[in-house]
Design a protein around this ligand. Sequence first.
Ligand code: FAD
Length: 449
Amino acid sequence: MESGAVHPGRFRMVKNAVSPPPRPSPARSPGGPVVYWMFRDQRSRDNWALIHAVRLANQSSAPVAVAFNLFHRFLGAHARQLGFMLRGLRLLQHRLRDLGIPFFLLRGDAAETLPRFLRDYGASALVMDFSPLRNVLQCKAEICERVGSTITVYEVDAHNVVPVWTASDKLEYSAKTIRSKIQRLLPEFLVDFPNLPKPDVEWSAGDPPDVDWDDLITEVLREGGGVPEIEWCQPGEDAAMEMLMGGKEGFLTKRLSNFHIDRNDPLKPKRLSCLSPYLHFGQISAQRCALEARKVRKSHLQAVDVFLEELIVRRELADNFCYYQPHYDSLQGAWEWARRTLMDHAADKREHLYTLDELEKAKTADLLWNASQLEMVHYGKMHGFMRMYWAKKILEWTSGPEEALAMAIYLNDKYEIDGRDPNGYVGCMWSICGVHDQVGYDAETKNEI
Ligand code: FAD
């Protein structure tokens, strides 16, 4: 592979241009611009999709731009999540400007705004982030249908260390079945990032319209004010790197040593990395976290290995589930054996039955559960160990698994700063429906898994 190139397994062409691009107008550049539609990987550093977009642009002597589409309260996001995201994007816009890459903020339905934007600027290629969530897949399909035949569309998995489609071409049963597949590919994919190339051709089609970030943030904070912002976690790429390896409280520099033991102790919340908000919004790359963790592996062997298991295997297993299981957030997505057992016990007598309102307000007879719920409501991040207990109790206290799952996902997505994520859907499915949790039988290999 040519040095600095993006591994061919990391991106794929999802739509090929079938007719030549229009002759560029003299006011425009030699080649139509390459547009990177950023949505899941909101960063300038260590971003394979951005690297791919700039390389494509340079190869065709075209300019490059980043477009971000702000949906209206995507997946029910509130002030907590939107404020964090927009404050991060404001910093990102400055950083991109310093790199000579314009940043356009679009608002509305990306299936409409993106094709219009591409048409207006005579784009020749679109590069998109990867996400396994159904709304995004559907939106992308619509975009591909609507963009003109002169545009080539690429998708890049810049979120996972091993791209989902390369790691496995099927729904994996458990961590055990995907682990060896991922590990086999790590030497190829867990490699240092090349420097982001400088765009060869300047963007000359006019500056992006100014974004009044203060106004925008005030607006989303007002609209989604039912769940306010949190203060313990500052947004942005620099803050993310500080959380990973800062001199004061960085995870790898100051908090890593007993991760393998203390990560399951809710009395020691700082022993967790606290990287999930940054990973969720793509303000840090999981690959960067893994590369930096490997550098300290000699002195913290078990801690690093357990961290990498969570960060790579568990996280990428969640993407695998959501990508290959269209019912990733409903009982239909559970294995047959789990559904049968759950339905067999659906009518069991319950000691307590709580409404959504009672759960949301932490009005149960279980003080530990109430404390966890309130931690999530006010702090925006429940301890990982308590999340399992929290979700399993909801199954015990509701009329059946379907209701339990719907309520757990609703609360998780509403209050967690890292909610609305494949990890969250799989976390709830794991706790309530046993996904990835049981020894089973692989029909293909006939092995126990
Ligand atoms: P660390 O323990 O420091 O782990 C580092 C990273 O590894 C995490 O940031 C995460 O990306 C990954 N990771 C850790 N545990 C898991 C796991 N079980 N599955 C997949 N990836 C993992 N995670 C979210 O990111 N968003 C959610 O909405 C979410 N909801 C959950 C709901 C339930 C019911 C359960 C059981 C788990 C949920 N998780 C969720 C997974 C996990 O609890 C969190 O990722 C973790 O607590 C985040 O804190 P941390 O970054 O300090 O984690």
